[in-house]
Design a protein around this ligand. Sequence first.
Ligand code: GTP
Ligand code: MG
Length: 475
Amino acid sequence: MNRGSSPSSSSRKTPPNQEETIAAISTPFGESGIGIVRISGSLAESIARKLFKPKKDQSYFISHRFHYGEILDTGGGNPVDEVLVVLMKSPRTYTREDIVEIHCHGGYLVLQKVLELVLKEGARMALPGEFTKRAFLNGRIDLTQAEAVIDLIKAKTQASLEIANQQLRGWLYREMAELKAQLIEHLALIEAHIDFPEEEIEPIVFGELKRDLDKIIRQMEEWIASYEEGKIFREGISCAIVGKTNVGKSSLLNVLLKEERAIVTPIPGTTRDVIEEVLNIYGIPVRLMDTAGLRKPADSIEQEGVRRTKERVAHSDFVLLMLDGSRGLDGDDLEIFREINGKKRVVIINKNDLPLKLSLEDIGRRFDKDPVVLISALRNEGIDDLKMSIYTSLVHRDVRATPEHLIVANVRHKTILSQARNNLSKAIEGLEEGTSLEFIAFEIRSALDVLGELVGETPTEEVLNRIFERFCIGK
Ligand SMILES: Nc1nc2c(ncn2[C@@H]2O[C@H](COP(=O)(O)OP(=O)(O)OP(=O)(O)O)[C@@H](O)[C@H]2O)c(=O)[nH]1
Ligand SMILES: [Mg+2]
């Protein structure tokens, strides 16, 4: 296996439709400094020659160099735009085919006109993600790297960007190649024993086989677990601030957002409706909700507020339970404790600038599994501790993408790893129970097949469609 570099192209050398040249506007719609029309395929160069008139009297393109000139309307007509054109000759290109990029002024009409001319000369409109799909089909990248391209484009946080980058560099592909090499070695020996039972072959050391399979399973389990944590960084969580009236929920929302977003008054029952804002806590997008204080509602408006609060609490991933440290617990607090039973949470004791009237021991006993943080929302004290508590409650270990720590961020990858893990667990059970070598070989082969699917060795049209439909046109 070709470790440390891009996947070998042996299995996918001739993609379908290679004869078709595709084109698209690769930059977003709207006005911008420049906009790019991209062409890939065997006609790319001849199309560029027909439409482009270089400023210097030059009748050829130098590959991977910019050329300055104009795009002319059909048949050498009027100039359409002043442009830079670059031809990148196959195979050192994004798709491994000839690519031409026409860098125009970024006006919608200009780009449309240039694209139209390109299509008239024989290219067809590219489908979403088709350039990247060709990069995959032509063996320049594996399927996990193709998926990383779209994750990179869509990344909304530093952490998801790092995860996508790690995957784009082929990390997952290389890890899979290594696992597969180990499995193939064991499988080859087992199959030799099945096929040539009479021959003198190196014996299968069952203890060793089991130890290796165990190790591979543990590694897979770690990656499967990393999916759940990685998901938090990609998709974020919803988090409701819950507490009785006047404990300082809106004040906390405001300090966390560093703006006077919610109304704060000394009057209990100030917040009626749920206020929602997104906050970034060390890379995790947190949808924070300030809610109406929970108590017996004084009027029908408050009643509706309380109903909405309960609904949001029920649907949130996480709650910040807020208590007022300057008052003792009362019936409203106890009612709320019941409401948030079973929720992932951090307990906040607010108004730490005033004399403490709550028993920390009592709170510690009631919430023995949860972090308890003392803050003063009024004085902006303890807020960093609170953020760290939220972070460590959600993320149980360092989930930054590092070379030592691979993060699986894609549900397809997680599903495949789980399948392979199940196959290998069955193989181990078989070893322990002394079942036939055929059975063990079958399970190892099945694991190898699904791992091959992960990197796209035997891609089905359905899988490819599902992956590339997430892309934008022009990538
Ligand atoms: N001393 C002190 N007062 C605070 C603190 N945090 C909030 N307050 C005050 O407590 C009162 C209520 O604050 P809010 O933030 O409106 O409380 P709330 O929980 O949103 O109240 P409702 O919306 O009515 O449920 C205001 O007068 C705040 O200034 C704090 O840390 N220390
Ligand atoms: Mg409020």
